[in-house]
Write a protein that binds this ligand. Structure first.
Ligand SMILES: NC(=O)c1ccc[n+]([C@@H]2O[C@H](COP(=O)([O-])OP(=O)(O)OC[C@H]3O[C@@H](n4cnc5c(N)ncnc54)[C@H](O)[C@@H]3O)[C@@H](O)[C@H]2O)c1
Length: 249
């Protein structure tokens, strides 16, 4: 039977690239995003590859909207086999004491609560159907500490705790949960962040042993491997994909 994946933040960057890569494997895709334009663009791109897809407009920071995207995916496709729990924002890049409480709440709401709600509702469906596979998007900033992204880093460290602890509870029931920790990757999010903070682009590239940013396609390849049965015995893992960045810290 054709498998189904939910991809949050599927309208851009890592989510869109992964949707395209998964579609190449013949997997149906539910694209979840707040952006209708991006979400519909991804749906068009994956349908052109011969799979079925829907766009579901949802804000992952709202539990009721997370439940809605899970329910709508089940109505349309009848199963959720793979979940790329990926929607996230980076924040302003200001030092922590210069950030507002509103910004802190927004980043935690989308990056951490959004990921927790996603796993809460998706894993419930997966476990009823005998299991499934989840990849959560952490970051280099979830593995090491970094300036200018304190709240973001806190949420990404949290994603890793979510990943490992889910495995402790549910691996025995057929659930696999892994995380990826990308370094700076050339997506729209990073482009706009570096445009606002040009000095950080130079610092970022010079600090990467491979002296370049990652590409969304490289990340999509890793996520597809981790989600699908090719990685059947990999569980609770955090895979860094960062050109050696964090290994030198
Ligand atoms: N690009 C990088 O360098 C990099 C590195 C490490 C981790 N990440 C993480 O990868 C993930 C994807 O980032 P990206 O670089 O592809 O960014 P992006 O901005 O290109 O894509 C993110 C998508 O998420 C959507 N989104 C934002 N808030 C949302 C919400 N509340 N509900 C639903 N959708 C929402 C946006 O509309 C957008 O389509 C994020 O979690 C980010 O923290 C990115």
């Amino acid at each position: 039977m054709t498998k189904t994946a939910i991809i949050t933040g599927g309208g851009s960057g890592l989510g869109q690239s992964t949707a395209i890569r998964m579609a190449q494997e013949g997997i149906n895709i539910a694209v979840v995003d707040v952006s209708e334009k991006g979400g519909n663009e991804t749906v068009e791109k994956v349908k052109a590859l011969g799979v079925d897809a829907i766009f579901i407009k949802a804000d992952v920071s709202k539990a009721e909207e997370v439940k809605k995207y899970v329910d709508q995916t089940m109505e349309k496709f009848g199963s959720i086999d793979y979940f790329f729990n990926n929607a996230g924002i980076s924040g302003s890049g200001k030092y922590y004491l210069d950030t507002t409480i509103e910004e802190i709440e927004q980043i935690v709401g989308i990056n951490l609560l959004g990921a927790l709600y996603g796993v809460r509702y998706v894993a419930e469906v997966m476990l009823k159907n005998g299991g499934g596979s989840i990849v959560n998007t952490a970051s280099s900033a979830g593995v090491i500490g970094q300036d200018s992204v304190v709240t973001y880093s806190a949420t990404k460290h949290g994603i890793i705790g979510l990943t490992k602890s889910m495995v402790a509870e549910y691996a025995k029931d057929g659930l696999r949960v892994n995380a990826i920790a990308p370094g700076p990757t050339e997506t729209p999010m990073v482009k706009s962040f570096f445009e606002a903070n040009p000095q950080m682009k130079e610092n970022a590239t010079s600090g990467i042993p491979q002296k370049r940013l990652g590409t969304p396609e490289e990340v999509a390849e890793l996520v597809t491997f981790l989600l699908t049965s090719k990685a059947e015995y990999i569980n609770g893992e955090v895979i860094r994909i960062d050109g050696g960045f964090t290994s030198t810290k």
